[in-house]
Every structure is written in C-alpha cells, then in structure tokens.
Design a protein around this ligand. Sequence first.
Ligand SMILES: NC(=O)c1ccc[n+]([C@@H]2O[C@H](COP(=O)([O-])OP(=O)(O)OC[C@H]3O[C@@H](n4cnc5c(N)ncnc54)[C@H](OP(=O)(O)O)[C@@H]3O)[C@@H](O)[C@H]2O)c1
Length: 325
Amino acid sequence: MRYRAVPSLNKSISVLGFGCSAVMGRTGRADSLRAMHQAFDAGINFFDVARSYGGGEAETVLGEFIRDRRNNVVICTKFGILPVQRSGWKAALLPVARKAVQAFPALRKPARKAAGTQFVAGQFSIGVLRSSLETSLRKLHVDAVDILLLHAAPPSAIQQDDLLAELEKMRAEGKIKVAGISGPGETLRAYAQSPPSVLTHGQFACNVFDPALMQIASAFDPSRISLVANHAFGGPHGVAETQRRIEALRERADVSSELKAKLIAGGPLLMPEIILRALTQSGAIASVIVSMMSPSNLRSNLHAIEADRFTENEISLLGAALGLH
Ligand SMILES: NC(=O)c1ccc[n+]([C@@H]2O[C@H](COP(=O)([O-])OP(=O)(O)OC[C@H]3O[C@@H](n4cnc5c(N)ncnc54)[C@H](OP(=O)(O)O)[C@@H]3O)[C@@H](O)[C@H]2O)c1
C-alpha cells in the first residue's frame, strides 16, 4: 500500500480509503466488520464515515472496529445530514430487507427510496455541529476525530463565518484535528476560489461522469490543503456504465495496438486499475475512498492500486480518453 501525507494532520493516509456508506445499510454488522478487517490487514488506514450513514449506526460499527487500533487509523466523519432514528418494526425488519435485496436486485430501487427518507440534509447550524460531533465521538469511542467534514454542503456554507469560527474553536479544544468540506460541484468551485483557512481538507466526487475534482485539483496548494476523491466508480449504479466506457476504449483509433491488447485482456482489475491509478497518479488527489463491501471487490481494488500492467503514460492517455484529465 502507498501512503500520502496530509499536512494539516501530520499523518499519512493510504491512497485507497475505505468508504463506510454501506455499513448498516445494505451491509450488516458482521460483513461490515469482516470487510474492515480485511482492508486494514492489507494496509488501508483511512476510513470514511458520516453521522448519517447506516441510519446513524455506521459510526457504531466503525467505533467497534477501531477500538484496539485507534493510533493506527485515520478517521474522517461528517456532519450536516441527520439520520432519522430507526426503531421498532422498521429496525427489526432491516436484516430481512437486506437479504431480500441481495436475492432480488430489482428491490434495490424501492430500498434506496426508503433509505432516502431516513435522513434530513442541510443541517449546518452551530447547534447541530456541536451535538452531531458529540454523538460521533460517543459512537466512535474516541476523544477526537481526525477529520470532520461539512457533509453535502452548499457553496454558501463557505461564507458561514459563525460555523467556521466554531470549527476553529473545536480544533483548539482538541475535539477535531482537521476540518474540511464535501459537497457538489458548485461547492468545489467556490472552495477552490477562496478556501477558508480552517477548512484544510476537501472530499469531492470524481468519476467519468463528473471529473471536476481532477481538473481543478492543481488549483489547490498541496502544502496546506489535502484532497480526497469519492464515488470513483459512480456508485453502485455507475459501475456498469464506467465499465462500458472503459471497454469502448478498445475501439478508439488513438489507442495503440499494444494498449488495445492490454484492454482486451480485461479481467476484474481493468476498471479499478484504470480509474484508481488515473485519479491518484499525479499526487494532487491524496486518496480515493471506495465502498467495497464484497470480498472480491475489495481484493480487486487492493491489487489494482498496486498493479503495473499499464505504464504511467498509458494511464494518462486512458484517463484523458475517459474525460478524467
Ligand atoms: N462526502 C460525501 O458526500 C460522499 C458522497 C458519496 C460517497 N462518499 C464516500 O465515498 C465512498 C464511496 O462512494 P460510493 O459508494 O458512492 O461509490 P463507489 O465507491 O464509486 O461505488 C461503490 C460500488 O462499487 C462497487 N465496487 C467496488 N469496487 C468494485 C470493483 N473493483 N469492481 C466492481 N464494482 C466495485 C461496490 O460494490 P460492493 O460494495 O458490493 O463491493 C459498490 O456497489 C462512500 O462509502 C463514502 O464513504 C462520500
């Protein structure tokens, strides 16, 4: 595993990060813990979670996992989206619903719709910040979180001086080590134009559908601000289209026959190798956070991040052909 320094944290994070958005949602506790163990044992030390993930319970499972390894992991969590407590029959039925979705993938869409009603977004008041962080610390069983992000923040959050001052205060209190921001493309552009001094970490989507982070990353000062990419394969619903676009590269006239042969050889590493290497090669993006709850996907991504089937020039060419550069 390779690691990159996060200057404001004075620590290094693995170039492949472990995303916890599926924990206690589409993946139950035992499978989530198994995936976390497998990732950690392979050298992944960067775990991304949020107050809202898993109906508020993803942090509980991550907290259980890191209990004996606190000093060897970097934890990023977020505030701004509040989970709606699952209780009674809804909570009891969740494991059954999970199994049903696994057996009948057509149920995924209604399950996603139901999950969407289980949180309230856009909560950036000081009161929510304080209470959300206290809950995160309790669920994670830690005294401080390494990185706390505004979750799905609108561009206006960057000008919310009272909120930024509160984050600064929490840093001084030692409850967070680094503050940062995540959000849609407009937020990324506003952040690149005038990053507030307290927000020294940015996490944004970057994939073949939305490559803005890759294109704007060089505008940031890497000695001050670290950048992380999420949603690299376009999420569970973008994987097939990302794979299709990679397969279509074989037909391009500007791809050499040697490179075409490597693309035709394909295999499960093809998509992660091209995407993960294209996003991390220049170093402007420190790490890519991926949801990889199934053992085979986790294994593929671990191999892909170390793979050398493609040269750096080939990865640059393929990245450009996919619209990433
Ligand atoms: N800050 C934010 O607002 C924000 C927004 C989105 C995401 N995130 C973070 O980023 C993480 C990743 O985002 P995401 O889950 O939306 O998107 P993603 O990582 O692009 O996609 C995850 C999907 O890809 C599958 N997958 C993983 N590796 C694969 C491989 N080698 N081959 C084929 N399929 C593969 C996963 O399957 P399995 O899981 O079944 O293995 C899952 O269905 C989240 O967990 C979260 O931590 C943050």
